[in-house]
Design a protein around this ligand. Structure first.
Ligand SMILES: Nc1ncnc2c1ncn2[C@@H]1O[C@H](COP(=O)(O)OP(=O)(O)O)[C@@H](O)[C@H]1O
Ligand SMILES: [Mg+2]
Length: 459
């Protein structure tokens, strides 16, 4: 029950931080102002309204009583005095009668009208009515006297006070001001968080945008500084790994060359010929591995991410494979631009096509984009964005023997070569490159009968 309630509440809450924080500021403020308004209208305003209307009603009652008692020749004098001293405009309608049900009321939020009617009822002790509509500047009160109707024009300003409006303006104005400031301020905070999320996202995709400038609230700055430190550590770690790889590979070359020379100078005999041939083959294999490591390590170390055309890269690699005698078809759009390390991705593609060439006769390469079906992680940053995100996809199909489903993952392990002239590093390096771009390589069964390698890069 409580769970369902909180779940319902959560669904009602807006999702973005900006909307939530503005809500957190606005809701208590609106409640506060509603309470203030209620207190003001219910308390202070009532008192003021009753005093003001009581004053006007008293004057009207007094004048009406004078008119009733004094003979008609005194009336002009009373009218003059009332206009001058009480701001009441008087007129007497000889023989008039007030018809009941002629009242014209206003549609005001203020309780003035009811209070005036009550006050007049208490003090006048005769039939009366009030007209709040005919004149914008005054209220017309009619009082029934024995021989006619007394018309009283009371100026509205005797009933209204400016503080009423000031109070309302103050409430509305402060609400607007506060929400404006909240939105502006929170927007800055949220922008800093968004920038941090974007930088972390980009770094994960291998598109390093450099250290981010810490800005916003101290917690956000702290997160930005932590991100910068993490980025630096990862960069150092990757750099060190690559440097070590390159160093080892390079240093191994010299003793390897010496060994090769040594082997060629070994005394030849019929019974050692076979062993020497085997040794030479091993040497050559080691040299190929080292060369593969070196090219990989070199590119990894220095190449920067930049906008490139994936289709152009694929066409390039396919053309090179064709020149060395492979039958490669390519199906692709005219172009597909995305940020990547071109040489590294070229190497990765070349590895896939080279594998297909070695195991099959026909190779079909296709480039396209597909929607990412996996979300960006449970509630993760950019989960909304990922709903529309795309993979750029390259599939390399061949009609060779393929790899049995159970052994496909093993093929990615370094040195998992099944072929005598391979190093077993091709797929490992290819996947490493693509994963550093935030993508992946998967092996599947090809509709051509052989292996399908599916390479995906985030667009
Ligand atoms: N297109 C393919 N068809 C069949 N087997 C493949 C294919 N591509 C790779 N393999 C298998 O996976 C192994 C690992 O490939 P790879 O890492 O490129 O190493 P290498 O090509 O140097 O042997 C290969 O030796 C081969 O047995
Ligand atoms: Mg290979």
């Amino acid at each position: 029950m409580a769970n369902r309630l909180t779940a319902g509440l959560r669904r009602l809450l807006p999702r973005s931080l900006l909307a939530r924080s503005v809500l957190i500021i606005l809701v208590p403020m609106l409640i506060l102002q509603a309470v203030a308004l209620q207190l003001f209208y219910g308390g202070h305003l009532d008192v003021i309204s009753r005093r003001l209307t009581g004053g006007v009603a008293g004057d009207v009652a007094f004048v009406a009583e004078l008119i009733r008692r004094e003979p008609p020749e005194q009336h002009p004098w009373i009218f003059r005095e009332a206009a001058w001293r009480l701001e009441l405009g008087l007129a007497f309608e000889q023989g008039g009668q007030i018809q009941p049900g002629e009242r014209r009321s206003s549609r005001s939020l203020l309780p003035l009208e009811e209070d005036l009617n009550n006050a007049l009822g208490e003090r006048v002790r005769a039939r009366f009515d009030t007209d709040w509509q005919s004149d914008p500047r005054s209220i017309i009160i009619r009082v029934q006297l024995p021989d006619g109707v007394l018309h009283v024009e009371a100026p509205r300003k005797r009933l209204f006070t400016a503080t009423l409006y000031l109070f309302v303006i103050w409430l509305v104005g402060s609400a607007l001001l506060l929400s404006g400031v909240a939105v502006l301020f929170m927007k800055n905070q949220v922008r800093a968080i968004r920038r941090l999320a974007a930088a972390a996202d980009a770094f994960g995709l291998g598109r390093d945008l450099g250290a981010i400038k810490p800005e916003g609230a101290s917690e956000v700055r702290q997160a930005a500084a932590a991100f910068n430190r993490m980025r630096e550590r990862i960069r150092r770690f990757v750099g060190q790994r690559t440097e070590m790889l390159a160093g080892i590979s390079h240093d191994l070359r010299t003793p390897l060359t010496r060994m090769r020379l040594g082997i060629t100078m070994l005394p030849r005999a019929a019974e050692t010929e076979e062993d020497i041939a085997a040794l030479t083959q091993d040497m050559e294999e080691m040299e190929r591995m080292i060369a593969a490591y070196l090219t990989f390590a070199r590119g990894e170390g220095t190449e920067q991410v930049r906008p490139a055309d994936l289709v152009e890269l694929v066409q390039d690699v396919a053309a090179k494979a064709r020149r060395s005698g492979a039958a490669v078809e390519v199906a692709s759009p005219a172009s597909l631009a995305l940020p990547l390390r071109p040489d590294a991705v070229r190497r990765s593609l070349a590895n896939l096509i080279d594998n297909a060439r070695r195991h099959a006769k026909r190779i079909a390469v296709a480039v396209d984009t597909v929607a990412r079906t996996e979300p960006g992680g449970p509630g993760g940053v950019g989960a909304d964005r990922d709903a529309h995100a795309l993979w750029a996809q390259v599939t390399v199909d061949d009609d060779g023997p393929g790899i049995p489903a159970g052994e496909r993952e093993d093929a990615f392990r370094p040195f998992s070569s099944g072929s005598p002239d391979g190093t077993g590093l091709g797929l490992a390096i290819a996947r490493d490159i693509v994963r550093a771009h935030g993508g992946d390589i998967l092996l599947e069964e090809s509709p051509l009968g052989g292996l399908r390698a599916r390479l995906r890069l985030p667009v």
